[in-house]
Design a protein around this ligand. Structure first.
Ligand SMILES: Cc1cc2nc3c(=O)[nH]c(=O)nc-3n(C[C@H](O)[C@H](O)[C@H](O)COP(=O)(O)OP(=O)(O)OC[C@H]3O[C@@H](n4cnc5c(N)ncnc54)[C@H](O)[C@@H]3O)c2cc1C
Length: 458
């Protein structure tokens, strides 16, 4: 980690003039809470955390940093999984959590505007209070923020029906590296007035600007919801069933896959009763939601599937939550085994089954002592390959898995982003020409390179 380079007291004074002295945190014990990522794999160091509460403060902080050449890592809930939100090289941390204002639901437009620091769960709750829903949903919903989810273009559990954050983003307020505020929050559905800056910032992982507010499109709220856990004797049985359900059930909201070893781990880690008396090779967690009860439609679709060995169905919220825990608790249970290498990838749906088989073999051949945990969003071809039992800085497994993904025509990052963890492999998914254009955009918006300098671009 190394020692922290002290910050110029004049910079601290300038920053304190903007946000107030209490919001420039330099006490190492408090700063430590912002310098390690959720997995524990990426630990950095920082001389200070700056905590603005308003857009104007963000703008003034960035103007100070740009003028004085101080590098900045924006941070929301710090639930990111690619080491993009922690100060790896002694940058200051710009915490956006205090930008926590949330507007009323605009019923005519079915939208709401939320500050960067608002947790996703709070957006969902506000939408429900307004008779609607915010469909971007992820297990980190209580901590992950609007700004972080825009910056990473978070996907989540309902992607197959609603798309991810980029599809929900209808306006943005962001601050450029030199402190200019770009405000375009009108939420117009048709607006072909030049470059779409909101979508450019979305997924830029804090390298192009700091998101301060977002206008988000909401979706209808469905009161009838049914969840089913299906067990299969083989990996291909589960992936073929996932494809069939996608084709036949219009009200499908989630289609998650996991396997016997992961389920066993989750049950042990959280003292959960296994869902079935017997163990099976693969599992699909399926959820449908609609204005009328979708149970019959889902049951018919399940009955017509081949290879289903056992089924548990739930409509009551408490039992549905129990079924969801088998999937959602994977991330935390794996963290309990050791510091994981997290490789969130997509492969074409037709290659999913082959990839799931091959990736275990590939990891084992590279690191025989490692354990491979697989789960993910089966409907999107999105697999979370988690590997434990290898040193955090040993990249051999990452190399092997990401090469395999490229071989199958997949993407090295499905939804978590590139961060610092994957920038070495960006060329596997993006051409030299594309990377050169990304670099040109970065240089145009942040010529002094102060914004998240360790993320995305090699
Ligand atoms: C248990 C668990 C489950 C998860 N499930 C999913 C999932 O299903 N789908 C998914 O996509 N992700 C998932 N994630 C990853 C993570 O939650 C998302 O990437 C989330 O969007 C990050 O939000 P955050 O506020 O925590 O951002 P942070 O971790 O704080 O930051 C993430 C990145 O965004 C940048 N950033 C943060 N705020 C801003 C801002 N206001 N302006 C500009 N840049 C900013 C940071 O610099 C960093 O590069 C999961 C994580 C955990 C721990």
């Amino acid at each position: 980690m190394g020692s922290v380079r002290p910050i110029d007291p004049a910079v601290v004074r300038d920053l304190a003039d903007v946000v107030g002295p209490r919001q420039v945190v330099t006490d190492p014990a408090l700063v430590a809470g912002y310098t390690t990522d959720w997995t524990g794999r990426f630990a950095g160091r920082s001389p200070a955390v700056v905590r603005p509460a308003r857009t104007e403060e963000v703008a003034a902080v960035l103007a100070v940093c740009n003028r004085r050449g101080v590098r900045v890592v924006p941070q929301g809930g710090n639930t990111g999984l690619v080491g993009g939100g922690v100060p790896l090289e002694g940058e200051i941390v710009l915490s956006l959590r205090r930008l926590s204002e949330i507007g009323e639901v605009d019923h005519a437009a079915a939208q709401l505007i939320a500050g960067a620091g608002v947790p996703i769960a709070a957006v969902q709750a506000a939408a429900v209070r307004g008779g609607l829903a915010y469909p971007v949903d992820l297990a980190a919903r209580d901590s992950a923020t609007v700004g972080g989810s825009v910056a990473t273009n978070a996907g989540g559990l309902h992607f197959l029906r609603y798309g991810g954050t980029r599809e929900r983003l209808v306006g943005i307020e962001a601050v450029t590296a030199d402190g200019r505020v770009l405000r375009h929050l009108g939420g117009l559905l048709k607006d072909n007035t030049g470059y779409d800056l909101a979508r450019l910032f979305c997924g830029s992982e804090g390298t192009l600007g700091v998101v301060t507010e977002a206008a988000l499109a909401l979706s209808p709220r469905f009161d009838h919801r049914v969840t089913a856990l299906l067990a299969f004797g083989s990996v291909s049985g589960a992936t073929e069933a996932a494809a069939a359900l996608k084709r036949t059930v219009d009200s499908l909201e989630a289609l998650e896959v996991f396997f016997d070893d992961g389920l066993r781990l989750v049950c042990e880690a959280f003292a959960l009763r296994p869902p079935f008396d017997e163990e099976f090779s693969g599992y699909l967690l399926v959820e449908a939601a609609d204005r009328a009860d979708p149970s019959d439609t889902l049951s018919e679709a399940i009955d017509s599937l081949e290879g289903v060995m056992a089924v548990a169905v739930a409509s009551a919220a408490s039992r549905r939550r129990e079924l969801w825990r088998y999937r959602e608790d994977h991330t935390a249970a794996i963290n309990g085994v050791g510091v994981p290498h997290k490789l969130d990838v997509t492969v074409p749906l037709g290659r999913l089954s082959a990839f799931l088989d091959e990736v275990r073999v590939r990891v084992h051949a590279t690191a025989p002592e490692a354990q491979t945990w697989l789960f993910g969003h089966a409907g999107d071809g999105n697999v979370h390959v988690n590997v434990t039992g290898v040193a955090p800085d040993d990249d051999a497994v990452d190399d092997a898995v990401l090469e395999l993904v490229a071989h199958h025509g997949g993407s090295i990052s499905a939804e978590h982003g590139i961060g610092s963890a994957k920038k070495r492999w960006l060329h596997l998914s993006r051409s030299p020409e594309e990377i050169a254009v990304m670099r040109a955009i970065k240089d145009a918006l942040d010529p002094n390179g102060i914004l998240n300098p360790n993320a995305v671009l090699p």
